[in-house]
Design a protein around this ligand. Structure first.
Ligand code: GLC
Length: 535
């Protein structure tokens, strides 16, 4: 094997990133909603956890129909989160602790209250008319059969001008027309504004939705059933890759910035499509494919998914891994059966933090936060309101971060915007800091190990046991440094034999002592064991 020159350390590639849902992280002013000063007050916590970057769900000015994913001014901070000075302070203080700040960026749509849309609505002749997607209806109604992701037609009739506008989400989120160079130029200016302010990068919201079919062709259906639309003409159009590459060029004019995109597909978890947006080093730096999230709890299934995902990553691309986010259920509650949830969460976390690719941690995941039970009267998410009682929405994974056993779990002095999860008295940061076996300390230790081993940051991924009998084992190798990870997905004792490596010295384990040496031939693995060795 050729000697690999270590790459210089690149924060987004070799570090760990933490996703904050700002409404729910920490409230500094007692209005019940988390804010930027709240995040600032918890930077030391994040620094102790060991993260290298934070991604903030949007804090731009917004009517909050979709809690910030409907932006009415990309240059303003919504007062509920604070001011531009607060945001600049966050960047400064975070940078002071070696933590980078990634902002969300929503290119697909704005709020219907954005001045661009208000102008676009004003008349068919308005110069901004074509900044959005307007179309005459056909005889029977909307221009074609396109559907939103939130139910119903993607077309909304504007009575005044008699035309329909397109929206992939709620009608208050009209889609921008990225086929119009005037729009892309204007939008890139907004992006540049934030780069100049000093954000370290962007998470690109539903970036694969941004371009729609030029000819407005009808989407076909899965199995011919109209509710299961195949979004052939509304997602992943070739031009969307081109726009991402242009965005990359802009971002590359600045040092050390990153773009990571959300690639939402149906069925979810399409690694091939996600990887296509990396354009072999000239597109996004990373793309969320969510494939691990939708896998059954099985070492074999996880192995297949990981291996498959890596196959698609182009030579100059880089993977990223994630277990949950603000749109999905908490990962710990997706693992099957009520028993051993914490053990399973640790196995999953170990995977997240030792696989090849940048780990993204969703706030609260590091303390094993659960889905909260949300009563109908407490629902905030518009999706929950629309689909109750069939679907209660996304609030259950957005409840306040559980800091301590005090009032409102230390999140706010006021009334929290979503109820605090009933388990917060026992499951919180303060309690877990004191418990050396807590998930929190597990994350901290593994992040530390990730940080101090070049093989975990840059090394090749070499599978050793591909999920047979519930065991996943692999090595990460960088020149002489070899790390071996052994994970037992089951509640049963197993015996393994690793032909490729003789023995290893324990770096971290749920069951073995630090620095003890074990031979990998005929080694018994404990139920749900996580062990990381230096081999
Ligand atoms: C993304 C966001 C989600 C939002 C949607 C529309 O999927 O993650 O929260 O509702 O885009 O912007």
């Amino acid at each position: 094997m050729e000697h690999q020159q270590p790459e210089p350390w690149i924060w987004w590639k070799h570090g760990v990133i933490y996703h904050i849902y700002p409404r729910s992280f920490m409230d500094s002013n007692g209005d019940g909603v988390g804010d930027i000063q709240g995040i600032i007050s918890k930077l030391n916590y994040l620094s102790d956890l060991g993260v290298d970057g934070i991604w903030l769900s949007p804090v731009f000015l917004s009517p909050m129909v979709d809690f910030g994913y409907d932006v009415s001014d990309y240059r303003e901070i919504d007062p509920v989160y604070g001011t531009m000075d607060d945001f600049k302070m966050l960047i400064d203080k975070a940078h002071g602790l070696g933590i980078r700040v990634i902002s969300d960026m929503i290119l697909n749509h704005t709020s219907d209250q954005h001045p661009w849309f208000l102008e676009s609505m004003a008349s068919k002749e308005n110069p901004k008319r074509n900044w959005y997607i307007w179309k005459d209806g056909n005889k029977s109604g909307p221009p074609n059969n396109w559907k939103t992701t939130v139910g119903g037609s993607a077309w909304e009739l504007d009575e005044t001008t008699g035309q329909y506008y397109c929206h992939s989400f709620f009608k208050e989120q009209p889609d921008l027309n990225w086929r119009n160079p005037a729009l892309s130029e204007a939008f890139f200016t907004e992006v540049k504004f934030w780069l100049d302010i000093g954000v370290d990068g962007f998470r690109l919201d539903v970036i694969n939705f941004i371009v729609k079919d030029k000819k407005f062709r009808n989407n076909p259906y899965f199995f011919g059933i109209p509710v299961f639309q195949r979004h052939i003409f509304t997602r992943n159009r070739p031009k969307s890759h081109k726009i991402v590459r242009e965005l990359r060029k802009l971002v590359d004019q600045y040092d050390n910035r990153v773009i990571v995109g959300e690639i939402y597909t149906l069925p979810p978890g399409n690694s091939k499509i996600a990887a296509s947006y990396l354009s072999n080093g000239s597109g996004m730096h990373m793309a969320f494919d969510f494939s691990l999230i939708f896998r059954h709890w099985s070492a074999r299934k996880y192995y297949e998914c990981i291996n498959d995902g890596y196959r698609y990553i182009p030579e100059k691309g880089w993977p990223c891994n994630v277990l949950s986010n603000h749109d999905l259920f908490r990962s710990i509650d997706r693992f099957p059966w009520r028993h051993n949830k914490v053990e399973k969460a640790k196995v999953a976390a170990a995977l997240l933090l030792t696989l090849k690719g940048t780990p993204f941690i969703y706030y609260g995941e590091e303390i094993g936060m659960r889905n909260a039970k949300i009563k109908y009267r407490d629902i905030q998410d518009p999706l929950g309101k629309r689909f109750w009682p069939f679907f209660s929405g996304r609030d259950k994974a957005r409840t306040p971060m559980q800091w301590n056993s005090g009032k409102n779990t230390g999140f706010t002095a006021g009334n929290p915007w979503l109820p605090v999860n009933a388990d917060a008295l026992k499951r919180n940061v303060e309690n877990q800091e004191k418990d050396k076996n807590s998930i929190l300390n597990f994350y901290r230790m593994l992040i530390k190990i990730h940080k101090s081993h070049i093989a975990l940051q840059q090394g090749r991924w070499v599978p050793l046991i591909a999920g047979q009998h519930g065991i996943l084992a692999f090595a990460r190798i960088h020149n002489e440094e070899r790390i071996v990870v052994v994970l037992n997905f089951t509640g049963r004792k197993k015996r393994i034999f690793l032909a490729e490596h003789n023995f290893g010295c324990v770096l971290f384990s749920t069951h073995r002592k630090y620095e003890e040496i074990f031979y990998f031939q005929n080694l018994w693995i404990f139920p749900f064991e996580v062990s990381v060795y230096k081999a």
